[in-house]
Ligand binder design. Structure first.
Ligand code: FAD
Length: 415
């Protein structure tokens, strides 16, 4: 039995960041995962650290929009009709949490931690070998119609103004001045210069994990579901032996509920599945930053592996086989936007965004188990927020003054 101050379960961006932040506070830490670090959801995302991510995911309220998504033909959203009855109660919670009157409070709660998201990455990247993946070129959200631009941006831009987050509204010509290889398909775009992105989110997560080990941390393969309580300590089986500690952090992303349900916690965690696929550029075409095609619900971004297209949301069982219809449908739109060359992999990658209905993660102590700490449910913003919530959780565990108010992320808020 190997004794640690803390065990972190899950080596995605959230768990690795929590482990590093605990280590920074002189805790001996075991980081445990079934797989190598950064190989699940944290591998395949769009790698964007969204400074302006304080606008929540909103459930459509107008009949026209509901009808549009209900037909299941939109590229931004796809659902398995057999799964619909299972997801409806969660969608109703999302509808309530994203009512127009709730948006302001959500943005006020999220803005302080988002203001630290890039700098908390910077702290970890600066010490490890991850700096080479980062680029400070902002990101571009493009709208094919003026009406789409106006409908989507009004409240968001007003909030950005209030929080002092910089943006520029670009017209058709200004967009191609910034990205000359984009076809002039967007009527308007919002350029967010303070958003940072990376050329390999999996590479960044692995670099952080290597830093953790280089600083004396223990990474081991093991099944989090072997967690149990013995003599007032937590115990997990790893690599044919056991690790034990007074504190354990659940950072299992979409799999957190597998561990928490048997302990009696019923968190409303849904998954929004998403896909990616890489392409070579045609000729010497280049893109300097991630581009969102808002109306078609995809991101096109330069990665180490090639140009990565990430899809919108798919509602289906977390473990059901992939159905990458959205990627197939958006390809003609992407090709009309940017000169794509050969497809790099045969099949798209699939991941699952771990989402709570109020679009905020759970960070803090589990209500009924001493020494059990929760850090999951980062939804669309897990790569953005992993290092910042890792710091917050480490401060809560070590009883330091938290750098942001932890109340909005409280594990008791869904009671
Ligand atoms: C298509 C797509 C695009 C996205 N784009 C962005 C973006 O641009 N910016 C952004 O901020 N976010 C983005 N996200 C969201 C982001 O990827 C996630 O929120 C984030 O990766 C979640 O990280 P995590 O560490 O909580 O989960 P994960 O990375 O999934 O890590 C959980 C870990 O738990 C391990 N695990 C599971 N079960 C067990 C077990 N029983 N025992 C041991 N280990 C176990 C897994 O192996 C895994 O390593 C995107 C997501 C998708 C799908």
């Amino acid at each position: 039995m190997e004794r640690f101050d803390a065990i972190v379960l899950g080596a995605g961006i959230v768990g690795v960041s929590a482990a590093l932040n605990l280590q920074k506070r002189n805790r001996t830490v075991a980081l445990i995962d079934k797989r190598d670090p950064g190989e699940a959801t944290s591998y395949g995302n769009a790698g964007v650290i969204e400074r302006e991510g304080f606008y929540p995911v909103v459930f459509p309220r107008q009949f026209g929009e509901l009808w549009k998504y209900g037909r299941n033909e939109e590229t931004a959203l796809h659902y398995n009709s057999r799964f619909l009855p299972k997801i409806v109660p969660w969608l109703l919670k999302l509808r309530a949490a994203s009512a127009p009157r709730a948006i302001d409070a959500h943005a006020e709660a999220m803005n302080p931690i988002l203001a630290h998201a890039a700098s908390e990455h910077g702290v970890l990247a600066g010490k490890g070998r991850a700096v080479e993946f980062f680029r400070g070129t902002g990101w571009l959200k493009g709208y094919r119609s003026i009406s789409g631009f106006e409908a989507d941006t009004k409240v968001h831009l007003a909030l950005a103004k209030r929080f002092g987050v910089r943006y520029e509204i670009l017209d058709n010509h200004e967009i191609t001045d910034l990205e000359p290889d984009l076809a002039p398909v967007f009527a308007r775009a919002v350029f967010w210069p303070d958003t940072v992105s990376v050329a390999s989110p999996g590479g960044v997560t692995k670099a952080y994990a290597r830093l953790f080990e280089a600083m004396g941390g223990t990474f081991a393969h093991g099944d989090a579901l072997s967690l149990r309580r013995e003599n007032d300590l937590w115990v997990v089986d790893i690599d044919g032996r056991s690790a034990t500690a007074p504190d354990v952090v659940v950072a299992l992303g979409p799999w957190a509920v597998d561990l928490l349900k048997p302990l009696g916690y019923r968190y409303p965690l849904a998954v929004k599945r998403g896909y990616h696929l890489h392409f070579k550029p045609r000729g010497d075409a280049v893109l300097e930053r991630p581009v969102v095609d808002v109306e078609h619900g995809y991101v096109l971004t330069p990665m180490r592996q090639g140009y990565r297209i990430t899809s919108g949301i798919e509602f289906d069982d977390r473990d059901a086989p992939p159905t990458p219809v959205q990627i197939e449908k958006i390809l003609p739109q992407v090709r009309a936007l940017f000169p794509l060359g050969d497809q790099i992999e045969a099949e798209p990658w699939m991941g699952a965004r771990p989402c709570l209905p109020d679009s905020m993660p759970i960070v803090g102590p589990a209500p009924r188990h001493p020494g059990l700490w929760l850090d999951f449910g980062h939804g669309h913003l897990g790569f953005t927020l992993g290092p910042a919530t890792g710091r917050l959780l480490a401060e809560l565990i070590t009883r330091e003054m938290p750098f942001v108010d932890p109340a909005p992320f409280s594990p008791t808020r869904f009671r």
